[in-house]
Design a protein around this ligand. Structure first.
Ligand code: ADP
Ligand code: MG
Length: 561
């Protein structure tokens, strides 16, 4: 019974650890040390209540084991309280009575040693701790064994059953002390290992969450597969990409499925086979693959265990390069076109000289020929002029140097060209309407080019209208730009026409050159502006050209406001 009472504190500690009540944070009550001291106190009370004497002379109370363990593990304060408590228990319950007996039984003389050992005890190893406990327990047990001799009763006769039992009691107590310390150490160390494992697993979880978040942020589509090509994980970007081909797809629909199911729609069977081979052979590779209308660059790399060097699964990174491929082919096209354009510009320029000679001689011949040939000469000369104007348009289109600009009011330019527009409109029975905003800001313009722009747009508008049509020129001014709007109420244009509108040589007119709008676009671009078209078939067309105000004009405009 004494043994069970003495080891009851061990059960309490085990229960405390198993229930997970262990104090993990500093400052929580009761902390592990306090709980141990409380458990020891409880054991001590139980032992004292059950204490008795062997043969009426040797005091039998194993309470000193939990008491000493409590003092050694606890703080100085809890140690003092525990030792006082142990003394009180001894005084109340101790048998046999008498001051000297009590002093010897309680081991009070050993307390200075006990408190002296408490500090090194906490830092010692298990064996050192057991040794330190024994340093106090052994003399204490000797004192207890001496009590009957001091009392004048020598019960230690050779081979007597009493002396054997008492010796057994002494050794058992000392051995139990060692076992208890060992047990306490085991419980604490298993708890520490558990806490350590938990913190490692928490760290691991956080690291993997962090990695997941990072892979979701990067603008790359990443998917990982196991050795059998089954999807194990994918990032948000990859999910978004998969949804282009399979709308309403959820993450759960992909994870755990063989990746080949998602390549089935691929028209590019060869590329798919190559990617599959690379996955199977765990090779690093990159392949271009066409899936539906999109083009992807797929990088694959095996995942390796760092220590063993064994591969386990593959990671695939897919990049949508559709726009890049399109841009590259357009760039090639533009490069080829610009080369052809440069050559054409050179040739056209050279054509102008012989044409001027031809025109001069034709005029001479016209003067010297009879009048009935005059109409023919007229036609030839007009056609030559038309060819010349096409060449002029073409050359201005090819011109890309920074044009000479000056600070002018757009209204001034419009007023200068309006007589020409009026003359043209009068011939067609149409009219021109000007809606000019009074407070418009000055712009850096190349007057010659802007005149050409207004004339081209105005003429196109007039050509699109029948007689009585009204061509409207409007200006608007906002804080950061000035807008010129050319509006007609003509035939309008279809969607397909609108797409090709600014392509050189696109025309729907029998005598058109198809260069007018290309020229307008290049003029607007040279002024860093924008040109937009709104058109409704049968109702009319609106061209809006916006010129940005440069910084200094912009701040002046704000001040003026
Ligand atoms: P061109 O006037 O020599 O045909 P443009 O480049 O000026 O060449 O115009 C290209 C084509 O765009 C025209 O043939 C016409 O079909 C269409 N277009 C341009 N402006 C208008 C407009 N205001 N209304 C309807 N169609 C237009
Ligand atoms: Mg035109």
């Amino acid at each position: 019974m004494q043994i069970s009472a003495a080891c009851s504190f061990l059960f309490l500690i085990q229960w405390w650890v198993d229930r997970g009540l262990v104090a993990r944070k500093k400052g929580s009550f009761p902390d592990n040390q306090t709980f141990l001291v409380l458990a020891c106190t409880l054991s001590l009370i139980l032992c004292s209540l059950l204490s008795t004497t062997l043969f009426g002379i040797v005091y039998l109370n194993l309470g000193m084991i939990p008491a000493y363990i409590g003092i050694l593990y606890g703080t100085v304060r809890s140690g003092i309280l525990l030792s006082i408590f142990f003394l009180v228990c001894n005084i109340i319950i101790a048998e046999p009575t008498g001051i000297s007996n009590m002093i010897l039984n309680s081991g009070i003389l050993l307390y200075p040693l006990l408190f002296g050992l408490a500090k090194p005890f906490k830092k010692g190893t298990v064996v050192e701790k057991i040794g330190m406990l024994w340093m106090v327990l052994c003399p204490n047990m000797l004192f207890i064994a001496l009590v009957p001799i001091i009392g004048g009763k020598n019960i230690y006769e050779a081979h007597s059953s009493e002396s054997l039992l008492i010796t057994l009691y002494l050794f058992c107590t000392i051995a139990l002390g060692g076992v208890f310390v060992y047990f306490v150490e085991m419980v604490w160390s298993s708890w520490r290992a558990k806490v350590h494992m938990e913190s490692i697993s928490d760290n691991f979880q956080w690291e993997s969450e962090k990695l997941q978040q990072i892979t979701n942020v990067v603008p790359l589509s990443i998917i990982s597969l196991d050795d059998h090509g089954v999807v194990t994980d994918l990032n948000d970007c990859m999910l978004g990409m998969a949804r282009i081909h399979y709308p309403n797809l959820r993450r759960e629909d992909i994870i755990g499925k063989p990746v080949r199911e998602f390549f089935n729609g691929s028209a590019d069977a060869d590329a798919y086979m190559r990617v599959r081979n690379n996955i199977q052979h765990k090779r690093r590779s990159h392949e271009r693959m066409i899936h539906g209308t999109r083009i992807y660059q797929i990088y694959s790399a095996p995942l390796m265990h760092k220590n063993s060097g064994l591969t386990s699964g593959v990671v695939l990174i897919a990049q949508d390069i559709t726009d890049e491929v399109k841009l590259r082919s357009e760039l090639d096209h533009v490069e080829r076109l610009s080369l052809v354009g440069q050559m054409a510009a050179g040739i056209t320029h050279e054509i102008r000289n012989p044409m001027a000679v031809v025109r001069g001689f034709l005029q001479l011949m016209r003067e010297k020929s009879s009048d009935d040939l005059d109409s023919y000469y007229q036609i030839v000369l007009e056609e030559l002029d038309r060819a010349n104007s096409i060449i002029n348009d073409f050359l201005s289109l090819a011109q890309s140097r920074i044009s000479d600009k000056e600070k002018v009011l757009l209204h001034r330019v419009i007023e200068e060209v309006s007589p020409l527009l009026w003359a043209d409109a009068n011939l067609r029975g149409q009219s021109v309407e000007l809606k000019l905003n009074a407070s418009i800001h000055e712009l850096e313009l190349n007057v010659r080019e802007i005149k050409q722009l207004i004339l081209n747009l105005g003429r196109n508008g007039m050509e699109a209208m029948g007689s009585k049509g009204i061509l409207t020129l409007e200006t608007h001014s906002t804080q950061d730009k000035v807008e010129l709007i050319v509006r007609d109420r003509g035939i309008g244009m279809s969607e397909s026409q609108r797409e090709k509108l600014f392509s050189p040589f696109f025309t729907t007119k029998r005598e058109g050159t198809g260069l007018g709008l290309s020229l307008c676009l290049s003029i607007v671009e040279r002024h860093n502006g924008k040109i937009t078209v709104d058109s409704v078939e049968g109702e009319g067309t609106v061209f809006t050209i916006s010129f940005p105000l440069v910084k200094e004009e912009y701040s002046e405009a704000i001040l003026a406001d």
